[in-house]
Design a protein around this ligand. Sequence first.
Ligand SMILES: Cc1ncc(COP(=O)(O)O)c(C=O)c1O
Length: 345
Amino acid sequence: MTPYGAPQAPLSVALNVNENTHPVPQHVADDILDAIALALREVNRYPDREFTALREGFADYLGHGLERDQIWAGNGSNEVLQHILQAFGGPGRTAFGFAPTYSMYPLLTRGTGAEWIAGTRGHDFVVTADDAARQVADARPDVVFLCAPNNPTGTPMGLDVIEAVYDATDGIVIVDEAYQEFAPRDERSAVTLLPDRERLVVSRTMSKAFAFAGARVGYLAADPAFIDALRLVRLPYHLSALTQAAATAALRHAPVMLSMVDEIVAQRERISATVAALGYQPYESWANFVLFGGVDDPAATWRALYDRGILIRDIGIPGHLRVTAGTEEETTAFLDALASVGSAS
Ligand SMILES: Cc1ncc(COP(=O)(O)O)c(C=O)c1O
């Protein structure tokens, strides 16, 4: 097996892991620092094991009448997903996702001794409700991952697909909304499907839209009984007092933290239009990145961009590369470098 290993190269324009490349605004950083300083005074004690204030913050942020006992959090949504698999995966169990999808799902699944089952996507990586329900009914998995919007393709997923998959299985259905804040504003989140669906989970992260990847904070919303199951597998005090303080303070500034989303979406649209003009085929994206096809030799193009100081991602789909929408300057640097590398196939 191969560990997760996106390159961490010291290049000035790093657009390979879908981070928010805008820094946290200074006045928010100051407020977070004050909160951490306060937490430090009691760092001789274990933190609040139930991270109560933070869960309240996430319930408020998600809205839709959610309460604190429907919220869970961890050190990044990767840990939150691992908790779900520790509780509901394991030897003799299976987890399912529509490939290509987020590369950590198979690793996290196998890490608990469960088996990974890869389903398929249709034209342009889209999954339809009928096809999704049929594949899930055939595979009979214990856990289903629906990445919406999907990484690495950016593909949106209709709520009808989520409803159809839920009805086609009696297993756990995880909707990973890591990139939801970059979707069109009027689109409904899967959070609206939670009432009366006790096997449905919606996971989110502060790593993307919130520009908080380095703090490692992910969370989910689900039925309170589901949250209780996760308590069985988490390590005691898994969220440090400093993480709780920082994330709770950052959430108080949610509108400011999210103010760069529109700008990032504008850069995403600029990337799509420009790579298309260069002869590549971008896919529709509701995330903060763009997957584009028509790349003759992805490894060679990736290397040529690297040599020009631009780091993007070769995710192993033949003929394709993925790039994160960064600041306007970073986007310009990427687009200029791509144009200078030569034309598409
Ligand atoms: C779809 C998806 N889910 C989850 C994650 C993990 O995010 P984190 O662990 O930083 O919260 C990522 C990170 O790229 C992702 O793309």
